[in-house]
Design a protein. Structure first.
Lengths: 110, 118
């Protein structure tokens, strides 16, 4: 089956950089996705990595190492509005649905 | 587009009652997913459909849970009878595959239904 591990909580201050790690075990691998969820809201898509390396989208970047079954989400120039839960996700064995990690709650303080 | 629409947004019911959650996916999307989110278990995939056909319901916790998708614009998740441990936020999500199976396909989530079973 598919399983993912990520830290439950991370804290940081405004303007800082934070990295949220994710390790996974899968039967077949199609790529690693990241979603953001604000308290009381719905998950929203942030990024997707199918190949090794770093993908940058504004202040957010996502990294994947397939050989290490490892990825991370990097958030730069943190803002208060970045306080949210961040989920990594991998596809199921059929490659048609996502299995989510338990999520990492990021708290940004001033 | 209005995005994925779910109703009701909040539901409070008593143990033993039937609960029906509704979802309207984004027009043109061919995949529809039902998730349950709790603090203890996180975001769990319950069941998903492709072109209105159930593909995998292995995440449905018990026979008390059932889901249908009678057409491309409507799906229901029913719990009968409901129990207090069913209390959670239930999300519906949809995605467009373009005929190519890929986990790259961004999933669009609805606002969720917060279910409380007393």
């Amino acid at each position: 089956g598919q399983s993912l591990e990520q830290p439950s909580e991370v804290t940081a201050v405004e303007g800082a950089i934070v990295q949220i790690n994710c390790t996974y075990q899968t039967s077949g691998f199609y790529g690693l996705s990241w979603y953001q969820q604000h308290d009381g809201g719905a998950p929203t898509f942030l990024s997707y990595n199918a190949l090794d390396g770093l993908e940058e989208t504004g202040r957010f970047s996502s990294f994947l190492s397939r050989s290490d079954s490892y990825g991370y989400l990097l958030l730069q120039e943190l803002q208060m509005k970045d306080s949210a839960s961040y989920f990594c996700a991998v596809a199921n064995q059929a490659g048609t649905a996502l299995i989510f990690g338990k999520g990492t709650t990021l708290s940004v303080s001033s | 587009d209005a995005g994925v629409i779910q109703s009701p947004r909040h539901e409070v019911t008593e143990m033993g009652q039937e609960v029906t959650l509704r979802c309207k996916p984004i027009s043109g999307h061919d995949y529809l997913f039902w998730y349950r989110q709790t603090m203890m278990r996180g975001l769990e995939l319950l069941i998903y459909f492709n072109n209105n056909v159930p593909i995998d319901d292995s995440g449905m916790p018990e026979d008390r849970f059932s889901a249908k998708m009678p057409n491309a614009s409507f799906s229901t998740l029913k719990i009968q009878p409901s129990e207090p441990r069913d209390s959670a936020v239930y999300f519906c999500a949809s995605s467009f595959s373009g005929g190519i199976q890929s986990s790259y396909n961004e999933q669009f989530f609805g606002p969720g239904t917060r279910l409380t079973v007393l």
